[in-house]
Design a protein around this ligand. Structure first.
Ligand code: ADP
Length: 261
């Protein structure tokens, strides 16, 4: 025994196992490097507000701020703390989503129409300040899922649609039950706006963590850079998908497709 004919299948098997291992290692290395990037980005994003907060607070503590400037300094410290709070909140949501898929005990019947109504209601004052009209077209859409997360998902979409819009602009929020391409029923949430839209080459990237089309504007409007990453993860967590249609200058429409129970 021991001839080549006998060895060949064995060698082939070892070879294929090695290929699989190599591919797995590459995947792990990629996941690891994404995690490292994410931590580095989070630290970087936290440093800026913290520097402002500690700088301003130090000046105040040392009595270097004239009485008529105290309010202004206080208000900047407050705003920067709010930005840090929003960032920590989003990072926590994402790290929970990284951990696991939707578990059975977490899933309950959710009516997307009432969740969308609540999410839009919470953004009423933001819409008023921005002079943007929010219209609701809510048809029953029942899914099985995590209501808090689904509300966060819709909130993020509507908030973006208001923030990346123009004075006098509009936002439309729709929920519905429809048939997908294979004839299965699915639940839909659609948020459309009349803002500047998103150029084709950025339409995938906007779902990445900390990707922003316009850094200064996003910061100024109070964004964390994590809103759409949360939307995408929330959709995936529920076995769904999110789709973006937009032409520059023509607004953007985000559609979330979710399986129905
Ligand atoms: P941010 O906190 O910066 O809003 P997001 O993840 O929510 O982070 O969005 C990523 C980027 O995608 C934003 O900075 C913005 O440039 C772009 N964007 C998101 N929603 C819209 C929209 N409705 N219209 C135009 N651009 C958008």
């Amino acid at each position: 025994g021991g001839g080549y004919a006998e060895m060949a299948p064995l060698l082939e098997r070892i070879d294929s196992q090695q290929r699989t291992l190599r591919a797995q290692n590459q995947e792990l290395a990629l996941a690891e490097s994404l995690r490292r990037d994410f931590s580095a980005n989070v630290s970087h994003e936290m440093k800026t507000p913290l520097q402002v907060i500690s700088g301003y607070a130090e000046l105040m503590a040392n009595g270097m701020v004239p009485p008529d400037e105290v309010r202004k300094f206080g208000s900047v410290i407050y705003q920067e703390s709010q930005a840090m709070r929003a960032l920590i909140n989003d990072v926590l949501i994402l790290s929970r989503l990284d951990e696991k898929a939707l578990t059975a005990d977490e899933a309950a019947p959710v009516n997307l129409a009432s969740v969308a109504e609540r999410a839009a209601g919470r953004l009423e004052s933001l819409a008023r300040e921005a002079d943007v009209a929010v219209g609701l077209q809510l048809q029953p859409a029942q899914v099985q899922g995590n209501e808090t997360l689904l509300e966060q998902m819709i909130h993020n979409l509507v908030e973006n649609a208001i923030r990346y819009n123009r004075p006098g602009g509009r936002v439309t929020v729709k929920t519905a039950t429809a048939l997908d391409a294979e004839g299965r029923t699915e639940a839909l949430v659609q948020v459309g706006d009349s803002g500047p839209g998103i150029p084709a080459d950025a339409q995938d990237k906007v779902f990445e963590r900390f990707y922003r089309l316009d850094k200064s504007r996003s910061k100024e409007t109070g964004g964390t850079g994590l809103g759409l990453a949360i939307v995408k993860h929330a959709a995936l967590h529920h076995g769904g998908t999110v789709e973006l249609q937009s032409e520059e200058g023509q607004g953007a429409t985000f559609t979330v497709h979710l399986p129905t129970p």
